[in-house]
Design a protein around this ligand. Structure first.
Ligand SMILES: NC(=O)c1ccc[n+]([C@@H]2O[C@H](COP(=O)([O-])OP(=O)(O)OC[C@H]3O[C@@H](n4cnc5c(N)ncnc54)[C@H](OP(=O)(O)O)[C@@H]3O)[C@@H](O)[C@H]2O)c1
Length: 315
């Protein structure tokens, strides 16, 4: 592994974070139905109490509501919190100047002067990684963010971003990608290995495969809404995976969700599970702070080897 730079070292010390997409999103997560602002507040508080201090949000989550809620929570806690947010490259945003402008709007919603990590949410066909990184470098120079990351970048684009930043003396801190037991593309296409080599933290989103890896969904009891149809094929193949997770969970006095999250940690990535309430946040926090054995990791690798991700981050 490359030497991790001093600026990004803090991210390598974070074992697990908390995803905040659920905070205000009605389309996928049905915010407001079945969970409330109070539940979200309790998920945040419980996470902090259990040592989870890295929160991942984005300007698009709940069209700004997630950042505003986080801002409110930050105002009301005296505990240290690491904040990561993201720039969305809408087609009309294709010049470097859009990036610091968008970050300033995020900071306004967050009520802070800077964030710990600013990420490009998705690559764009018209906004090159090089031009994006000029905008990100400007954010660092203006003191608006401590570090810079990308998200959904395949390893070629990631390397372009890495090199463009390196020319300005700025390390690429992270690449946030879809990574779970059921979506192992980043292992297979070399992105995870490249990240380790270059000291880039791989942040794993949807580490519970949007609830599938908690053990509560099955072909007979699919998740609600769009998740039900998106995951129809996965659900059919899920039972042996859950069975293996249960066996490993028993060995360690853990739950299925905790084992699924621990597997991500064992692979050297940083999972950021979303939680809709305190119970979920507390359970997820127990995915960190221990390690399953190498044999157990291998068993899970074997039982999930035939899963192909439903989406492809591309390159
Ligand atoms: N960069 C990107 O493009 C991108 C894309 C996706 C996500 N993300 C980030 O990654 C974070 C996590 O990913 P995700 O939210 O897609 O999926 P996830 O973390 O795999 O799954 C979260 C969902 O699983 C269920 N759940 C979580 N913990 C549980 C527990 N202990 N017991 C039972 N159910 C539990 C909840 O939904 P139900 O209760 O409704 O089942 C929850 O909303 C997001 O919040 C966001 O910050 C980033």
């Amino acid at each position: 592994m490359n030497e991790v730079s001093n600026e990004t070292r803090f991210l390598h010390a974070v074992e697990m974070g908390l995803g905040a997409w659920q905070w205000g999103d009605r389309i996928i997560w049905s915010y407001g139905q079945g969970y409330s602002d109070t539940d979200i507040r309790e998920a945040f508080d419980s996470s902090l109490d259990l040592g989870i201090r890295f929160i991942d949000t984005a300007e698009v989550y709940g069209t700004g509501r997630s950042e505003r809620m986080l801002g409110q929570f930050l105002k009301e806690t005296d505990q240290p919190v690491l904040v990561a947010t993201k720039f969305f490259p809408y087609p009309w945003r294709f010049g470097k100047g859009f990036i610091p402008r968008a970050l300033k709007a995020s900071l306004e919603r967050l009520g802070t002067e800077s964030v710990d990590l600013y990420q490009i949410h998705w690559p764009s066909p018209i906004f090159s990684p090089e031009a994006m990184m000029e905008g990100m470098a400007e954010c660092v120079k203006q003191g608006l963010t401590r570090t810079v990351g990308v998200s959904n970048f395949g390893h070629k684009r990631m390397l372009r971003a890495y090199s463009a930043l390196a020319q300005q003396g700025i390390p690429l801190a992270s690449n946030q990608v879809h990574y779970s037991l059921l979506s192992r593309e980043v292992e297979k296409n070399g992105t995870l290995a490249r990240c380790k080599e270059l000291g880039i933290r791989l942040i794993a989103y949807s580490p519970l495969e949007q609830g599938l890896l908690t053990g509560k969904y099955s072909p007979q009891n699919p998740p609600p809404g769009v998740r039900g149809s998106r995951y129809a094929d996965f659900l059919k193949k899920l039972p042996p995976v859950i069975k293996t997770l249960q066996e490993i969970a028993q060995n360690h006095g853990k739950t299925v969700s905790q084992v699924a999250l621990n597997w991500v940690i064992c692979k050297g990535a940083l999972p950021i599970p979303g939680a809709k309430n305190a119970r979920q946040a507390q359970e997820n926090a127990g995915g960190a702070g221990w390690r399953m054995t190498g044999d157990e990791v291998a068993k899970l690798d074997e039982v999930t080897d035939t899963f192909r991700p439903y989406s492809n981050s591309g390159d």
